[in-house]
Design a protein around this ligand. Structure first.
Ligand SMILES: [Zn+2]
Length: 284
């Protein structure tokens, strides 16, 4: 086969040079033929991880562009929000840290990170619970458009659109309980459950009693969470359960296992291919 370099010497074949892709820096200074592309290939990106910044826009931009951490995208709280791309999608950003989801660890190399300007916890309510800053409707509109575009281009499964708290539940709470996961899932951008099934299962858990800690750990693991398999409701398991609640049952996310949480957990496992409602509910 005639190489691109040789083709360039012939006036008659100059036009063919346009068809050769090996223009620009060649690895190792080699003449690499890139005229044939394999059919079997895919994106290296498997997850989208959502965060809040805690910091205001200027400081967040400074930290994420000049500090020791970074993200692919930053969505500001301007009206309308600005979207910065700070790291190319084919490169890793330092946003997830020690993390695990679906058995994959250290997700920086396999994920796209999106930081949203939001302060997170902003005080304590009279009843002693934490108050959180809401996201603006335009921020959510922008995040949905961004997530949809990234998920489409990289072929990311709904269950792999997650929060930092899902993949690092012992360390992180972002994007927090006010992030509208249900709204995103309804738009096809995330995993959700059949709420009628969850209600029915909750009623059964209320009348028949709650499953044990081993069951909780098993179901959380099936959904992708990194959870200890001790069979005991230890501190780590409670932290994972709190992360689960923030995502799927945000009205209460204190890590306390109750019938509503059990219903949602079983309904999600059923929706994730866990063998249907009967199998999910009959596992205890
Ligand atoms: Zn984060």
């Amino acid at each position: 086969m005639m190489s691109c370099r040789l083709a360039a010497f012939s006036l008659a074949s100059l036009l063919l040079v346009q068809g050769c892709a090996s223009v620009g820096p060649a690895p190792g200074g080699l003449d690499i033929d890139t005229s044939i592309t394999a059919r079997s290939q895919g994106s290296r990106v498997r997850f989208i991880v959502l965060h809040y910044t805690v910091s205001e826009s200027p400081r967040a931009l400074d930290i994420l562009s000049r500090g020791e951490v970074s993200s692919h995208y930053l969505v500001t709280d301007d009206e309308p929000p600005r979207v910065y791309r700070l790291v190319d999608e084919d490169r890793a950003a330092w946003h997830a840290g020690q993390s695990e989801w679906q058995g994959y660890t250290w997700l920086n190399r396999s994920s796209i990170g999106i930081e949203i300007v939001n302060r997170g916890p902003v005080g304590t309510a009279p009843d002693g619970t934490t108050r959180w800053q809401p996201y603006t409707p335009s921020q959510i509109r922008v995040v949905k458009a961004l997530v949809r575009d990234i998920a489409d281009r990289h072929g990311i499964a709904p269950e792999n659109i997650v929060g930092h708290s899902d993949v690092a539940p012992l360390r992180k709470q972002d994007p927090g309980p006010l992030f509208p996961w249900r709204e995103l899932a309804r738009a096809g951008l995330g995993r959700w459950y059949d709420e009628t099934v969850a209600q029915a299962l909750r009623a059964r858990f209320e009348s028949q009693g709650l499953p044990d800690a081993a069951w909780v750990q098993q179901q959380l693991a099936r959904l992708g969470y990194a959870v200890p398999r001790t069979g005991v409701a230890d501190r780590e398991t409670q932290a994972v359960l709190a992360a689960f609640q923030m995502h799927y049952r945000p009205s209460r996310h204190d890590g306390v296992f109750d019938a509503e949480t059990a219903g949602v957990l079983a309904a999600l496992v059923a929706a994730t291919g866990g063998g249907g409602e009967a199998a999910a509910a009959g596992a205890w």
